[in-house]
Design a binder for this molecule. Structure first.
Ligand code: NAD
Length: 420
């Protein structure tokens, strides 16, 4: 995926993070090596018949990073800049994310190098079905369960489910998550990331003695994760959403927006920009807004050495993956800003994916209230677990989340032992 700092190899970053934690908690060299290698990688080159009758060969990857704690879980992305190292890094991060929220999964990720914006629905369907077929020997409800990621959605998951099921000869809904309800999707999955983020914000605010009710919130990226977090913070916790943005720009209103009305405006016009009664602001200004809570919910690498000093929020809750660069982390920590790191703050999505899989393999489906109650329990527990490590070790929450996650994976590796 496009990285604004293209010189950064994400897998090198992922390995450095492992070393930092390994030093901190004293992981031996052998285990460290295990943690720094993906368990299994499959690269496939496969032809797809295009609409004009020609054939094109596409390259896809599926990386299963670590399955010590259970079957692997992770999305599939379609993007021209997919690379094996990016997929490896994302698979490692999925491993830690699943471990932070203590769901019984390892981590995986997949990607196909393609430009979905310039492909027809038919071409995407044929690409998806052939890629599924190529990786079908290593996916499955007991082995590796894909999900949507950048430029893949519930339709893509339906094609994967159908292709895998056709090969088996019976329906296997548990092979992927993020499916529509009609195919064994879960209630609440669409809202899960934003909802989970709102729960950890609430818990963190309690610890900090900060009132979310009438507190102010700024959100960069008013898409799925950002808009749902806005709705829940406003409607269930009484917060004032004072600034939001999307790729076209930002808007500000000191006494707060009705986020549902902003959503409606965006649905009608394609952007939050131009919302009646709002002041237009830039995307940078959204990040630097005077607000109690800042939610980066758009892209990676948004809070950098350059702007970290200008962040004025008390809590930064990372709904997006990787919005804060490491050098900015240090600045935020020094400014005593509480960062709720991505592997905790946006883990509501994978948690409800886990619920979807659990429902599929039982063939027994839960009502929305049950999904949300269970999600709340997982997020509150995970927040408390991270906070405890941060307090005990006097480290910031990101390090604490990695310590917690990597320790859980190491415990599983150790107790299982090395085969044979
Ligand atoms: P989305 O496509 O629904 O929304 C992204 C939003 O960001 C859009 O409104 C877009 O206009 C906006 N945006 C793009 N570039 C921007 C820019 N330069 N400045 C401001 N806004 C910009 O995507 P999403 O599913 O909400 O995902 C957002 C982030 O959350 C991503 O980092 C994603 O990896 C992460 N995430 C999402 C989920 C999920 O379940 N949806 C789960 C975990 C993590």
């Amino acid at each position: 995926m496009a990285n604004t700092e293209s010189s950064i190899n994400p897998f090198e970053t992922a390995k450095q993070q492992i070393d930092i934690v390994a030093d901190l908690i004293g992981i031996n060299d052998g285990t460290r090596e295990v943690l720094k290698h993906p368990k299994r990688e499959l690269t496939v080159n496969f032809p797809v018949r295009m609409d004009d009758g020609s054939y094109r060969v596409f390259t896809g990857h599926r990386v299963q990073y670590n399955m010590a704690r259970g079957p692997c879980k992770g999305g599939i992305r379609y993007h021209p800049q997919v690379s094996l190292d990016e997929v490896r890094a994302l698979a490692a991060w999925m491993t830690w994310k699943c471990a932070v929220v203590n769901i019984p999964y390892g981590g995986a990720k997949g990607g196909v190098i393609c430009d979905p914006k310039h492909m027809s629905k038919g071409e995407l369907e044929r690409l998806t079905r052939r890629y599924t077929s190529e990786i079908s020997s290593i996916i499955g409800p007991e082995m590796d369960i894909p999900a949507p990621d950048v430029y893949t959605d519930s339709q893509t998951m339906s094609w994967i489910m159908d292709t895998y099921s056709m090969q088996k000869g019976y329906s296997v809904p548990g092979v992927v998550t993020g499916k529509p309800l009609s195919l064994g999707g879960s209630e609440g999955r669409g809202e899960a990331t934003g909802r989970g983020c709102a729960y950890v914000i609430r818990e963190s605010a309690k610890d900090l003695g900060l009132r979310v009710k009438n507190g102010t919130v700024a959100i960069q990226g008013f898409g799925n994760a950002g808009s749902v977090a806005a709705n829940i913070l406003a409607e269930e916790q009484g917060a004032k959403i004072v600034a939001v943005s999307d790729s076209k720009g930002g808007i500000y209103k000191a006494d707060g927006f009705n986020p549902r009305a902003v959503e409606e405006h965006k649905r009608k016009t394609g952007s939050v920009v131009g919302f009646p009664g709002a002041k237009a602001i830039s995307n940078e200004e959204v990040l630097e807004t005077q607000a109690d809570i800042l939610i980066p919910a758009a892209l990676e690498n948004q809070i950098t050495k350059k702007n970290a000093d200008k962040i004025r929020a008390k809590i930064v809750a990372e709904a997006a993956n990787g919005p804060t660069l490491p050098e900015a982390d240090t600045v935020l920590f020094q400014k005593k800003i509480t960062v709720l790191p991505d592997i905790l703050a946006n883990a509501g999505g994978v948690t409800v994916s886990y619920f979807e899989w659990a429902q599929d393999i039982q063939g027994f489906f839960w009502p929305l209230a049950e999904v949300n109650n269970r999600l709340e329990r997982v997020m509150v527990q995970s927040y408390n677990d991270v906070h405890k490590v941060a307090t005990e070790r006097k480290v910031h929450n990101r390090t604490a989340a990695y310590v917690l996650a990597i320790q859980r994976v190491v415990d599983a590796i150790r107790i299982r032992g090395i085969y044979p």
